[in-house]
Design a protein around this ligand. Sequence first.
Ligand SMILES: Nc1ncnc2c1ncn2[C@@H]1O[C@H](COP(=O)(O)OP(=O)(O)OP(=O)(O)O)[C@@H](O)[C@H]1O
Ligand SMILES: [Mg+2]
Length: 249
Amino acid sequence: MSDDYSIERVKTGIPGLDELIEGGFPLGDTILIAGKAGTGKSILANQFLYRGAIEYSEPGVLVTLEESPEKIKRNMMRFGMDFGKLEEEGMLAIVDLSPSKEATPVSIGEYPSFDLSGLEAIILNHVKRMKAKRVVIDTLSIMAYKFKSRDILREEFFKLTANITRSGCTLLLTSEIPAQNDGLGVFDIEAFLASGVIVLYNEKISETTRSRSVEVLKLRGSKHSSRIHSMRITDEGIRVWPGEISPGV
Ligand SMILES: Nc1ncnc2c1ncn2[C@@H]1O[C@H](COP(=O)(O)OP(=O)(O)OP(=O)(O)O)[C@@H](O)[C@H]1O
Ligand SMILES: [Mg+2]
């Protein structure tokens, strides 16, 4: 039996972020990237995959439920990140569940026994085939309306995330923080089942200015920063300034 309890870390690929969390995300954990609309959740999650592939030779799987693969590729190219090339090189698989793919819209209650086992099988297939180490689901909570009850949803989200991380991957979920939080939403289930929660902000600091920042809300097993740090979206993607405390929030 091993008595080495040290936690293996996965580099986030976001300059400055690793320094806030003892070197990276704990390997094989589920991390929730949370924030309001437009705070940079998708960019951060995509950059985690891109840098993982380019700098650490770790293949990744991106499950997209909001933006089409074409839009993701176009937007990430602005940062010099060529997702099409990664795909061709077998370093990235994109699972497209974006709305354009859905033939007809569905309404609540249409899926009396909806579950995530089909999605799980697709993801795990890619993971096995590519020996993927990183998985991103952007945004799982979009599926919420398909479940009949909160209990079933919690059970299904838990099974899916547990089985992905059990395969040896580190999993990033993105989620929008609800304006009004009564503690009964999907967000709370996600925040509970994740070992870590990273919150992104883009707050108004004066009449004419907003300021981006990042906070490590929780990270089990880690001595992380408890401050809110400056963050910017530059031409090379997201960057965090570990020594700079945000004036905003
Ligand atoms: N090339 C760029 N340079 C600087 N900032 C950019 C660039 N591209 C996008 N942004 C900023 O990033 C924001 C979008 O980031 P992103 O799509 O990651 O947000 P999100 O948190 O995923 O939003 P949503 O909740 O709508 O999915 C834009 O609203 C814009 O402010
Ligand atoms: Mg997004």
